[in-house]
Structures are given as structure tokens and as C-alpha cells.
Unconditional design. Structure first.
Length: 105
């Protein structure tokens, strides 16, 4: 019976990434601060304050907006969008924190 040996040699350095096992990127961690006050909408209306038809909006009802933030507010029994500085704060429904849009269709 013939016998043989396999000669194994390691050359170079091992991968430094081998010891690092990172957490998989989760969009929920990026987009949602509080799941109980966060809502998703799809914009279906005229282009307004940099929103285009089909854009997805992430809205946080607990976030206090700044003057330049885009917000959703109650406008005579329907929801509308506008810059916060242009609305009555008592009509505020939520602050848009993210806009997601498809680059190409």
C-alpha cells in the first residue's frame, strides 16, 4: 500500500477581518428611534418641499422639530406637509426624519 503526505504550509499573514464578526446592517436600526412613535408613508401628491410622488417618508411623532424640518400637520381634517416654521405648532402631527426614494425605476 502506497502512503503519501500532504505538505501544508501557510504563507503570508492571516486576514485581520477573521477575528471581527460585525452585526449585519439593519435599516430599522438606522431609520427608527422609537418603534411606537414611528410611521411610514408613501407620498402621493404634487412635488412639495423636496418630496416627489412615490417617495417613502419615515415620520416620528415624538421628535420636536426645528424650523427647517419638514413636518406633517393637520390641515382642516386632512394631513399635509410643510416646513415647520410655516405652520401652527398646535396642528403638528409628526416630523419627517427620513425620505427614501428609488434612484432608477
Amino acid at each position: 500500500m502506497d502512503s503519501f503526505t500532504i505538505n501544508t504550509k501557510t504563507t503570508g499573514f492571516g486576514s485581520p477581518a477573521r477575528a471581527y464578526v460585525g452585526k449585519r446592517l439593519d435599516p430599522n436600526d438606522l431609520l427608527i428611534e422609537d418603534p411606537y412613535t414611528t410611521f411610514f408613508f408613501q407620498w402621493e401628491g404634487e412635488e412639495k418641499v423636496d418630496l416627489k410622488w412615490g417617495d417613502y417618508l419615515v415620520v416620528d411623532r415624538s421628535r420636536i422639530p426645528n424650523d427647517e424640518d419638514i413636518v406633517i400637520y393637520n390641515n382642516q381634517e386632512k394631513l399635509s406637509v410643510e416646513l415647520f416654521k410655516n405652520i401652527n405648532p398646535e396642528t403638528l402631527w409628526g416630523t419627517i426624519t427620513w425620505k427614501l426614494c428609488q434612484i432608477k425605476k
